[in-house]
Design a protein. Structure first.
Lengths: 114, 113
């Protein structure tokens, strides 16, 4: 049982490039989330999904896209990377609606845009 | 408007002593949840404790307890009998309506031997 896995662990992008951050969970959780954590700050919710085929915006969705074609996978797409997107990105998953607070986090992806 | 406020950027506590980490929140929704996460220097996020807005009693999980004062909109974390392994960043967070989650800026706790 690997939990939540994220790839890559580190990435450097040039301004204007695009990339996809991968997230997979093997706990059969319906709910999945993407957060970003800027230095010295708390996490901010980018997007979340309550099940395959359903996604919704969080607090800071601009510049990102997501899809959820399977229960296991929840990739985050960055289009036209900007320096403001330099951050650590965390993917998380949780049980159904009654336990959304207990989120299981991946190890994070540290992204630098230069 | 900031939804979660943690006013203590850093705290120190002697090993085996208790420590309280402050958290205040802002919401007008009647139904919400409050919780705390620990982030060690290795970077992972570890769930500690949860309190629902309708829960009558304060939540407890082992050495962690949540001092929930609804009228004051505070949800302080109390760690009893601190251990060296408790040194980490601690984040207070809120689940608001529509599955929106808001995290505070964190408190860095250092346990002194």
């Amino acid at each position: 049982n690997a939990g939540v896995t994220q790839t890559p662990k580190f990435r450097i992008l040039k301004i204007g490039q695009s990339m996809t951050l991968q997230c997979t969970q093997d706990m059969n959780h319906n709910y999945m989330y993407w957060y970003r954590q800027d230095p010295g700050m708390g996490l901010k919710l980018i997007y979340y999904s309550v099940g395959a085929g359903i996604t919704d915006k969080g607090e800071v969705p601009n510049g990102y896209n997501v899809s959820r074609s399977t229960t296991e996978d929840f990739p985050l797409r960055l289009e036209l990377a900007a320096p403001s997107q330099t951050s650590v990105y965390f993917c998380a998953s949780s049980y159904g609606a009654h336990r959304t607070y207990e989120q299981y986090f991946g190890p994070g992806t540290r992204l630098t845009v230069t | 408007a900031q939804k979660i406020t943690q006013t203590q950027p850093g705290m120190f506590v002697q090993e085996k002593e208790a420590v309280t980490l402050d958290c205040t929140y802002d919401t007008s929704d009647p139904s919400y949840g409050l919780f705390w996460y620990k982030q060690p220097s290795s970077g992972e996020m570890i769930f500690l404790i949860y309190q629902g807005s309708y829960d009558q009693q304060n939540a407890t999980e082992g050495r962690y307890s949540l001092n929930f004062q609804k009228a004051r909109k505070s949800a302080n974390l109390v760690i009893s009998a601190s251990q060296l392994g408790d040194s980490a960043m601690y984040f207070c967070a809120m689940r608001a309506v529509g599955n929106q989650f808001y995290f505070g800026t964190g408190t860095s706790l250092t346990v002194i031997p």
